[in-house]
Design a protein around this ligand. Structure first.
Ligand code: COA
Ligand code: AMP
Length: 634
């Protein structure tokens, strides 16, 4: 039996032994009473009774243990022209000061703080500082609009918001502070204070009494020590899109998270302490939480924080430069980033200029890796390209080729096999198990391993309904897929209204809520249509009210502006078409799935309950008028 098979079996048959051993990699203030606490199933907890501090595990223990001078964080920012290396000692000093400043603002164990920041090193410092004092942070991605930030402020109820004057998108300065001010105005909950990083590219106006300047606050702060928290206490809340407009607050605990992430660095990514890891994502996404900040630091690695894009900062050779310059051993990014590079430099000319001597593996996730991109990247790099599948909810890979344990053969289109800890099954609609190669809903038998969500923030019932009710005893992933005869998993896409745009997860339901606000829109449907660059793009189909005053060509511009203002540019919402009616069942259910197939040019068989089959032809014509639905016809 190979190392993967052995680890997998033990993790499923004897999870307490498996994770109890993995927990040795973590410093505990108090040892746990139980590795797996199933006393309140189906709500499982890991390492209950244990006490620790995640920031201590990420910083202090490495400084004490001989890594003080080792680089902890390499900040590489082509958009500002800055490169900066923070040793473990320096990152600890800054973090302790930031924690002290937050304590002075009244933030304490059990409180929450929102972090709305660009990819500046201070974002990492702010996250670790919250962890240090036992306050749960909630990072909100900078590409979200004020309203989305307001929704998160109202749900997380932060005592403090940590933000910056601006972010930089290639060469555009995006002022964050006006968005934050607007969000606080809109929110019912008002944070007591804001800690604002003034960046040289823009100066934010500070509100007296509420806003504090980052530099001043840290300069006068006393370094704060680590506060011991329960393994089961929340480390962070990260909002992610569900099927409705109200985002779900994914909760991450301290103990299970630290144990699982430490395990993954060695066993999935094959990294040893002291080596350099780069997750080219954003701290606003789960990949950024797990693999820019927590996992590499907990494991004693050097993490790269890159404030730039795969292309345009300055060119499609940017990734190769960063890998070569900083001695990166493994890169983790979304396939869309490689599609962007391929589009600009299909021959890989810019690749040849760099020496990637220490680079070993490319990891891709966030969306399915299409075989074309996999082959292109593999041929160019001459190194393994590993697709792995996970979700904000799970915090780390559900399925992966565990390179550090044992490299299995790669099958294009598959994220390989379930990672240790994940008892993945494919179920039919009636709950029975699908046969090999038969597509079904992908679920995971409970309990989920450490590091995965224990619940939703302030919404345990929503947690149960969303994830645990469809198939009792299993976690519902929302994805559809199959397992082949060799046990390889293939993920085919979401079964719900969640879409994936450039590796960013978005809700079409949320977009429909915005579109429906237009005074001339009677009803609408937003679907995710396949896009060769971003994976999917949202497309709205709208039916106008009788006597609508806005010209149809103006409607699209209005809707694009509204979605940008209310959800944010990250939605990449650029297309809306006016149609006479939407295809529905006789009971009035809009046939979004059928429309999605038509948009993608796949064969679409309407259900026998369709109210008026002719509506589908009209949808097909409307979609073709904007360049969709061409491939195979409906
Ligand atoms: N703050 C403000 N605006 C932001 C933003 C941020 N942090 N991030 C993105 N935006 C804006 C972009 O500028 C763009 O605005 P535009 O419509 O005015 O052009 C819009 O949101 C859409 O962004 P995106 O979908 O990222 O498109 P892009 O064309 O700017 O870049 C890629 C495309 C592929 C280069 C980029 O998405 C990428 O590098 N993705 C891979 C890495 C990744 O982020 N993975 C996440 C999960 S692992
Ligand atoms: P997020 O929560 O943003 O990480 O998005 C999670 C969703 O992205 C999953 O439910 C999948 O639909 C999709 N996804 C992520 N990684 C992969 C992958 N490697 N293959 C296929 N789909 C993926």
């Amino acid at each position: 039996m190979g190392a993967y098979e052995k680890a997998f079996r033990q993790s499923i048959e004897d999870p307490e032994v498996f994770w109890g051993q993995a927990a040795q990699a973590i410093d505990w203030d108090r040892r746990w009473d139980k590795v797996l606490d199933d006393s309140n199933a189906p709500f499982y907890r890991w390492f209950s009774g244990g006490m620790l501090n995640t920031c201590h595990n990420a910083l202090d223990r490495h400084v004490a243990g001989g890594r003080a001078k080792q680089a902890a964080l390499i900040y590489d920012s082509p958009v500002t022209g800055v490169k900066q290396v923070f040793s473990y000692e320096q990152l600890l000093e800054l973090t302790a000061k930031c924690a002290g400043a937050l304590v002075r603002l009244g933030l304490a164990k059990g409180d929450t703080a929102i972090i709305y920041m660009p990819m500046a090193p201070q974002a990492v410092v702010a996250m670790l500082a919250c962890a240090r004092i036992g306050a749960a942070h909630s990072v909100v991605f900078g590409g979200f609009a004020a309203k989305e930030l307001a929704v998160r402020i109202d749900d997380a109820k932060p005592k403090v918001v940590i933000s910056a004057s601006c972010g930089i998108e290639i060469n555009r300065v995006i002022e964050y502070k006006p968005l934050l001010d607007k969000a606080i105005d809109m929110a019912v909950h008002k944070p007591e204070s804001c800690l604002i990083l003034q960046r040289p590219q823009a100066t934010a106006a500070l509100t007296a009494g509420r806003d504090h300047d980052w530099d001043q606050a840290l300069a006068t702060a006393d370094p704060a020590p680590c506060v011991s928290v329960a393994a089961t206490d929340p480390l962070y809340i990260l909002y992610t899109s569900g099927t409705t407009g109200s985002p779900k607050g994914i909760v991450r605990d301290n103990g299970g998270h630290a144990v699982a992430l430490a395990w993954t660095m060695k066993n999935i990514y094959g990294l040893e302490p002291g080596e350099v890891f780069w997750a080219a994502s954003d701290v606003g996404w789960v990949v950024g939480h797990s693999y820019i900040v927590y996992a590499p630091l907990i494991h004693g690695c050097t993490s790269v924080l890159y404030e730039g894009k795969p292309v345009g900062t300055p060119d499609a050779g940017a990734f190769w430069r960063v890998i070569a310059e900083h001695g990166v051993k493994a890169l983790f990014t979304a396939p869309t980033a490689f599609r962007a590079i391929k589009r600009e430099d299909p021959e890989g000319r810019l690749f040849k200029a760099h020496d990637l001597g220490r680079f070993q593996t490319l990891f891709l996730a966030g969306e399915r890796t299409d075989p074309d991109t996999l082959h292109w990247a593999g041929q160019l790099l001459q190194r393994p390209v590993v697709d792995h599948w996970w979700q904000t909810e799970t915090g780390w890979a559900i399925a992966a080729n565990c390179v550090g344990l044992e490299m299995l053969p790669i099958k294009p289109g598959s994220p390989t096999k379930a990672a240790p800890g994940w008892d993945v099954r494919i179920l039919r609609e009636d709950g029975s198990e699908a046969a090999p190669l038969e597509a079904g809903v992908v679920v995971v038998r409970l309990p989920l391993p450490p590091g995965s969500l224990p619940t939703l923030w302030n919404a345990p019932e929503r947690f149960r309904e969303t994830y645990l009710t469809a198939f009792p005893g299993y976690y519902f992933t929302g994805d559809e897929g199959y397992v082949d005869d060799d046990g390889y998993l293939f993920i085919m896409g979401r079964v719900d209204d969640v879409i994936n745009v450039a590796g960013h997860r978005l809700s079409t339901g949320a977009m429909e809520e915005v579109v429906a606000q237009h005074p001339d829109v009677a009803e609408c449907a937003v679907i995710g249509a396949a896009d060769s660059f971003k994976g999917q793009l949202p497309v709205a189909m709208v039916v106008l009210k009788a006597g609508a005053k806005t010209a149809p060509e103006q409607i699209k511009d209005d809707l694009v502006r509204m979605v940008r203002e209310q959800i944010g540019p990250v939605a990449s919402f650029k297309e809306a078409v006016v149609v006479a009616r939407l295809p529905k069942t006789r009971s009035g259910k809009i046939l979004r799935g059928v429309m999605r197939k038509i948009a993608d040019g796949r064969a679409a068989t309407p259900p026998s309950t369709i109210e008026d089959p002719a509506a589908l032809d009209e949808i097909g014509a409307a979609l073709r008028s904007i360049g969709y639905g061409q491939a195979q016809g409906a």
